[in-house]
Design a protein around this ligand. Structure first.
Ligand code: PMP
Length: 386
């Protein structure tokens, strides 16, 4: 059986865990190293061998709109969405990207009108994913331009709204907020997986982004995918990636295909006799445990607070399930105005609310780091409070 964390870190005592108050705990980035344990336990089930003569060509499938999309990867994307039930894939074009980061840029390129006299506005509701503003503006494109908070956006004409659900940084489920008929929506569903939120419906939007980084934890593979309804938009996104990197690493796509296959297999095998726990059940339990420890640490004093979430029925887990986001959106209560500096003073590195367009009373904390770092963080939070 897979070793779940209850036997490893949660039962250890503070004394067992090295670190004290001296070392720096960096939970600024959302590096999903926590899933390493699961994949180690899967042993060779995800190992692939690529001989030197394989995957030499630029091309993967000349008949597909996305001509560099590996058919094996596309097949496993469709299968995983069918197994989990989090997205409709029928009638969709799949565009693969070097992470969903590249697909965000490809989407902005594809949705903007290249003949327009002014760049199209790109907005997202506060608190928004901290990379959107810089991604939109770092090349000072004439095609699109960051225009800030979607709640206060009131410019006439077309716009692009990034809808992140569940949201990074605060974990809430979201819908578009501008709600005007000239809006072009990009649904960034990086966290719409059962370990983070109940899967209550199959998403069915025009342009939806997913990534292995937050679903299976393979951020280093740099693979994301878009499900795109409109053929012309899929073509333009493909063109962007052609101009940018002439395709996406085949080695990574083949490795991603094997990882997704192993996840789907683990879900289908779970119920059969002697089957191990599926990846999602395992990761759900791990997140559940981490959120329990974090809430207990936060509730032990008055310095901090966390958002509350209601539970819902998860069609995949077939039970009521909780929202347990990949990030904690922690608020410093009382007169601490700058939560990031306050925690930095205690050698905990987090990302300030300011970077998400929100108040500096908030910080974002990664919940996906290693057991060691996470437990040291919990210990330190308790010490600060007491
Ligand atoms: N969208 C959101 C909301 C994210 O949180 C991230 C990763 N932090 C990304 C996109 C990009 O992920 P990647 O490029 O690793 O697929």
């Amino acid at each position: 059986r897979l070793v779940i964390p209850s036997t490893s870190f949660a039962n250890s005592t503070r004394k067992d865990r090295s670190g004290g108050m001296d070392n720096v705990i960096n939970l600024d980035q959302g590096d999903p190293t926590m899933y390493g344990r699961f994949w180690r336990q899967m042993g060779d089930r995800t190992t692939i061998i690529i001989p030197g003569w394989q995957s030499i060509s630029y091309f993967s499938d000349p008949t597909s709109i996305c001509w560099f999309l590996e058919p094996e990867f596309a097949k496993e994307v469709v299968r995983l969405h069918n197994v989990v039930g989090n997205a409709v894939t029928e009638g969709r074009h799949i565009v693969v990207g070097t992470g969903s980061s590249q697909l965000i840029l490809a989407a902005l390129y594809a949705l903007s009108n290249h003949d327009a006299p002014q760049p199209i506005s790109v907005v997202s509701a506060i608190p928004y994913y901290s990379s959107y503003p810089s991604m939109a503006d770092y090349q000072k494109s004439g095609l699109y331009k960051w225009a800030g908070d979607a709640y206060t956006f009131d410019k006439d004409g077309p716009y692009i709204e990034m809808v992140t659900s569940p949201n990074n940084p605060d974990g809430h489920t979201r819908q578009s907020v501008v709600n005007r008929n000239q809006g072009l929506l990009v649904h960034d569903l990086a966290y719409y997986w059962p370990q983070y939120t109940p899967i209550s419906f199959a998403s069915d939007y025009d342009l939806t982004l997913f990534t292995v980084s937050k679903s299976t934890g393979h951020a280093g593979m740099r693979i994301g995918w878009a499900l795109v309804k409109d053929r012309e938009i899929a073509k333009k996104m493909t063109k962007f990636i052609e101009l940018n990197t002439i395709g996406v690493s085949k080695d990574s796509q083949l490795r991603a295909a094997k990882v997704l296959k192993t996840v789907s297999d683990s879900c289908e095998e779970e119920n059969s006799q002697g089957g191990q726990e599926s990846f999602f059940k395992y990761s759900y339990k791990m997140m559940e445990q981490r959120w329990k420890l974090l809430r207990a640490a936060v509730d032990s004093g008055d310095l901090f607070s966390l958002p509350e979430f209601s539970s819902g029925f998860c069609n995949f887990l077939n039970q009521e399930s909780k929202t347990q986001p990949a990030f904690a959106w922690l608020k410093c209560e009382g007169d601490i105005e700058d939560c990031e500096s306050f925690l930095r003073g205690h050698k905990i590195l987090t990302r300030s609310g300011k970077q998400f367009g929100a108040s500096p009373k908030y910080v974002r904390i990664s919940m996906l780091d290693t057991d060691d770092n996470f437990m040291q963080f919990i210990d330190r939070l308790s010490i600060i409070q007491n």
